[in-house]
Design a protein around this ligand. Structure first.
Ligand SMILES: Nc1ncnc2c1ncn2[C@@H]1O[C@H](COP(=O)(O)OP(=O)(O)OP(=O)(O)O)[C@@H](O)[C@H]1O
Ligand SMILES: [Mg+2]
Length: 509
């Protein structure tokens, strides 16, 4: 670029700076292309200017038809003067457009405009790749000069940066919208999965629970959920959360029994950096659940010290990190579950009465499966359907005999146990009807039917069931050589659930 008339050149340089500034604050591609065209027309003293962008996928050039319009003009990338510039990168400056072999008069025909002279320069991005052509038409007086070429060339390289930025921002916005849509879709799925309608049961006991969960959906009361292992405590906790106004905030579950006393406090409240050498700052579960719900599972296993700390948070709505100096406000809805009898724990002095009343503003008790045998058919079919949906297998069903056996089985691991067995049965079944031939060995066999169905008197049911439960646990422990984890799994219990039952039946390892 050789400035022949320094003053004019300085003016144009200043113009480029001003235009550049305006270009960089534009976020919409259409408006940006308009802006560049308008500014180029003003500086070059010509009729029109347009940027043609290369669409590599379709091998076409496209441009806006006129300033301010949204109409798009498209033509093959090889045609016209702009096409030539965009393909070869050469600058083309012609005084008489119609005399140029490359001139594409179809555009004039289409737009009703009469082109006299043309100046076209390539638009290159920072990597030097051509992304389009910048074309100016009809110099008002005379023809385009060398200085016009230099100016358009300089403006084109600034324009390229602005165009690529705007395209990138557009792409990011599109992806952000896509992610937000995906996220909303997942949320809807989670919500429907844990809506009360995911809680299966047609009888009074389950329906009462469903109605209670629905009734408290708008209040933020603390809820205590009790019941044996595998009865659906966590499921109900999730239903409460996902039905509440906090559904879009986190649901954080913490198993109190799985944490050693020494880690509990930092797990709950977090830890400040540098409390001990090599200790990184950690966000506690209370803070993770901020605005949402904290589900304290096995709350009956918390030490008295931990109970006191949680009580303070519930009273003051503030917590302190380990090693922290200032208390941090927390807004958490607390749901708690246990398979212990907390009133008995209070009597023993192992659970704080004041905490008990704080957490059980509403109390939901989940019945053991043996008390709601009328639901077994419904539940078993539900789990079977779930299995088929998850694995993509065609629909399956149980033979009436198999269903009858499922109904009379003792189910020490409750609904989780039933679910595991249904999944296992479905996986080994060879036909769409699950028959007795598919039954697993340690499943309800006639010997279990005896005490429960035939000889037992109603009042001895409980006793008969506990005998069976104890026997099943002993069997499982002996076949797994006292591996509690494995034994719990075969019984459909959590390890803690098994330990609790072992304590109840005085079974030692
Ligand atoms: N009423 C129900 N309808 C459908 N599925 C249920 C129902 N109750 C429980 N389940 C299913 O049974 C399984 C066990 O439930 P969950 O984990 O909520 O039990 P839990 O009481 O928390 O057990 P644990 O005390 O061992 O932690 C889950 O897969 C859950 O979806
Ligand atoms: Mg649980």
């Amino acid at each position: 670029m050789v400035p022949t008339q320094p003053e004019e050149w300085n003016e144009r340089l200043a113009a480029i700076l001003t235009i550049s500034q305006k270009m960089n604050s534009e976020r919409d591609l259409g408006a940006l292309l308009d802006l560049i065209a308008r500014e180029a027309t003003n500086v070059l003293l010509c009729d029109r200017a347009s940027i043609f962008l290369l669409d590599r996928e379709r091998n076409e050039l496209w441009s806006k038809v006129a300033l301010g319009s949204d109409e798009i003009l498209r033509f093959p990338a090889s045609s016209g003067i702009a096409g030539r510039t965009a393909t070869t990168g050469e600058t083309i400056n012609v005084k008489d457009a119609y005399s140029h072999p490359q001139f594409y008069n179809a555009i004039d025909d289409q737009t009703g405009y009469r082109t006299r002279n043309v100046l076209a320069v390539a638009v290159r991005n920072q990597k030097g790749a051509i992304i389009g052509a910048f074309e100016a038409l009809n110099k008002r007086v005379g023809a385009f000069s060398q200085r016009d070429e230099d100016f358009l060339d300089a403006l084109a390289s600034h324009a390229a940066i602005a165009i690529e930025n705007v395209q990138l921002i557009g792409e990011l916005r599109r992806r952000e919208d896509e992610l937000a849509e995906q996220n909303a879709q997942l949320m809807r799925e989670v919500e429907s999965k844990y809506s009360t309608h995911g809680i299966i049961g047609a009888g009074v006991r389950i329906q009462q629970i469903v109605r209670l969960v629905e009734r408290i959906r708008d209040s933020l009361v603390n809820v205590l959920i009790t019941g044996e292992s595998g009865t659906g405590k966590e499921m109900v906790a999730k239903a409460i959360h996902y039905l509440s106004t906090r559904a879009r905030k986190p649901f954080v579950a913490l198993n109190c029994a799985a944490l050693p006393e020494t880690l509990l406090e930092s797990e709950l409240f977090g830890i400040e950096k540098g409390v001990a050498t090599g200790v990184d700052a950690r966000v506690g579960q209370f803070q993770k659940a901020d605005g949402g719900t904290l589900f304290l599972d096995e709350i009956g296993d918390l030490s008295l010290i931990a109970q006191a700390k949680i009580l303070r948070v519930l009273q003051e709505r503030m917590m302190e990190r380990v090693g922290g100096r200032a208390p941090i406000p927390v807004d958490v809805r607390l749901l708690a579950a246990t398979n212990k009898d907390l009133e008995a724990e209070i009597a023993k002095g192992a659970f704080r009465e004041d905490l008990y009343y704080r957490i059980k503003v509403v109390h939901i008790h989940m019945p053991p499966l043996r008390d709601i045998r009328e639901e077994i058919g419904l539940l078993a079919n539900h789990f079977l359907k779930e299995y088929c949906k998850e694995t993509g297998r065609p629909a399956m069903e149980f033979s009436p005999e198999v269903l009858r056996r499922l109904i009379v089985s003792p189910w020490p691991g409750n609904i989780r146990h039933l679910r595991n067995e249904v999944m296992r049965l479905a996986a080994v079944a060879r036909q769409s009807v699950i028959t007795e031939e598919d039954l697993w060995e340690d499943v309800p066999t006639p010997r279990y039917e005896g005490p429960i169905l035939q000889k037992a008197k109603p009042q001895s049911l409980k006793v008969a069931v506990s005998h069976l439960e104890k026997k099943l646990i002993l069997d499982a422990l002996s076949t797994t050589r006292n591996n509690q984890q494995q034994a719990a799994r075969t019984l459909g219990l959590s390890r803690q659930g098994l330990i609790n039952k072992m304590k109840r039946y005085a079974i030692t390892a």
